[in-house]
Every structure is written in structure tokens, then in C-alpha cells.
Ligand binder design. Structure first.
Ligand code: SAH
Length: 240
């Protein structure tokens, strides 16, 4: 049912035009990637119901094409995940937007990401929070994301190579945690490392995965299912 509404909304969005205001300064040099990002946000993200203005602004800003392999650059703003090497993928833009919106970031948070991959979601998070800590299990991906994020000037992202199943206790507690690889159950230590008032957004399951949001309050833990998703399985300790 929900998927039906989203799809209908996406189709309706296709007919829209980008307004002059959205195109920015008429005197500025035309930047084709900026135009591609405006279209991506309008047709893929807003049309499917992501409305947080800060998330939309971040997605219009972060140069996704700079974080995908050179061979995939022409597809950087397509409505789908893309291969990033080592058998891994960068998530579809809409999924990044919806997961980020679900974290309810206001700007002063310390955020943990498990599954750095390309570094794209880390860059979006860095635009919206104070400090991002991101863990990637594949050494070559961690190394590349670290370099790319530094090159793009993201000084508030720290990338570590390792297994994110047990989080990053040295920097806990986190106001928000996002996981972009799916375990079969929520890692208990990620809940532990959540600050009171914090949100954890995580895909859970083997085949039919659900995107779950867990909130920690003074009263305890609440759990909501947001929508169905398909992520790569979480590796390492999650597989035991
Ligand atoms: N957020 C990423 C999406 C990457 S896909 C982006 O914006 O590009 C998921 C990533 O999780 C992969 O790079 C995979 O190697 C990594 N991963 C899988 N299991 C992990 C684990 N236990 N700890 C840390 N990273 C893990």
C-alpha cells in the first residue's frame, strides 16, 4: 500500500519543472552536475515524500559523482544503487535521503555510520550534523572513502577500518546511528551506544529486510518499522 503511494508520487513528480529560484543564481556558470542534483532531489527524493528541507539542501549540495568510481560517473544521479568495487554498492539516492531524514538531525549531533562504502552518505551526514564517525569493514573502501572525503573538504568525518557490529565505544554515546549493511538482528552494542533521545536507523533481515528505527528515551527503547529495503548483508561478527 505504502509502496503504491510512493510510486504514484514519483510518477507525478516527473512532470514538474525546476523553478527559476531552484536553479540558483542566473549569472553563475552553469554546472551540469548541480542541475543533475536538482533533478535528482525533485524527481527521486521529494516526489517520494522526503520533505526535511535540510536533507534536501544537503542532497543538492554533496557531489555524488565525486564519490562513485570514475566508470560510474555518468550514472551518479540515476535512480538506483551503483557498484563501488569490492562487491559493494552505493545506495540509491532516495534511500540515503529517507534514512537520513529518519535520523531527525538538527545540526549539533555526533553521528555514527556503520558501512562507509563510497563515503557518500557520510558526506550527507557531515552536512547535517557536527561530527560523523564512520566504520567500513573493507580496507580498500575505507581508504578510498577517507581520501575522497578529505579531498572534498569534509573535516568533520572520521573513517575507521573495522567491523561496526560493536560500534565505536571510544566515541559513544551517539545522538544518531545509521547502519547501511543488514544484520539479522539489531546489534545490542549499537543500542547501548545510543544517547538518551538518540535514534538508530538500521536495515534488519536476510532476504525481506525492514528498515527499523529505534529510539532510546528515559523510559526505554521503542522500535518502529519504516519500510522494506534491500541492503548488502552485514559481514564480520554479524555472520556468526
Ligand atoms: N553508506 C554507503 C553504502 C555502502 S554499502 C554509501 O553511502 O556508499 C554497505 C557497506 O557496508 C559496504 O561498503 C560494506 O563493505 C560495509 N559493511 C558490511 N559489513 C560491515 C561491518 N560489519 N562493519 C562495517 N562495514 C560493513
Amino acid at each position: 500500500m505504502r509502496r503504491g503511494i510512493r510510486l504514484a508520487a514519483a510518477l507525478l513528480g516527473l512532470g514538474c519543472r525546476v523553478s527559476a529560484a531552484e536553479q540558483g543564481d542566473a549569472g553563475a556558470a552553469p554546472d551540469p552536475t548541480a542541475q543533475a542534483r536538482l533533478r535528482m532531489v525533485r524527481d527521486q527524493v521529494e516526489a517520494r515524500g522526503v520533505h526535511d528541507p535540510r536533507v534536501l539542501a544537503a542532497m543538492r549540495k554533496v557531489p555524488r559523482h565525486e564519490l562513485v568510481p570514475v566508470s560510474e560517473r555518468d550514472h551518479a544521479y540515476d535512480d538506483r544503487p551503483l557498484p563501488i568495487g569490492e562487491g559493494q554498492t552505493i545506495s540509491q539516492p532516495y534511500v540515503v535521503a529517507a534514512m537520513t531524514e529518519a535520523l531527525e538531525l538538527k545540526g549539533d549531533e555526533r553521528v555514527l555510520e556503520v558501512g562507509t562504502g563510497s563515503g557518500y552518505q557520510a558526506a550527507v551526514l557531515a552536512e547535517l550534523s557536527q561530527q560523523v564517525y564512520s566504520i567500513e569493514i573493507v580496507p580498500a573502501l575505507a581508504e578510498r572513502a577517507r581520501k575522497d572525503l578529505a579531498r572534498l573538504g569534509y573535516a568533520n568525518v572520521e573513517v575507521r577500518q573495522g567491523d561496526g557490529w560493536r560500534g565505536w565505544p571510544e566515541h559513544a554515546p551517539f545522538d544518531a546511528i545509521v547502519v547501511t549493511a543488514a544484520p539479522n538482528e539489531v546489534p545490542p552494542e549499537l543500542i547501548e551506544q545510543l544517547a538518551v533521545g538518540g535514534r538508530l536507523v538500521i536495515p534488519v533481515g536476510r532476504f525481506d529486510q525492514e528498515l527499523v528505527r529505534i529510539r532510546k528515551t528515559a523510559e526505554g527503547i521503542s522500535r518502529e518499522v519504516l519500510f522494506g529495503v534491500r541492503f548488502v548483508p552485514m559481514r564480520g561478527e554479524a555472520e556468526k
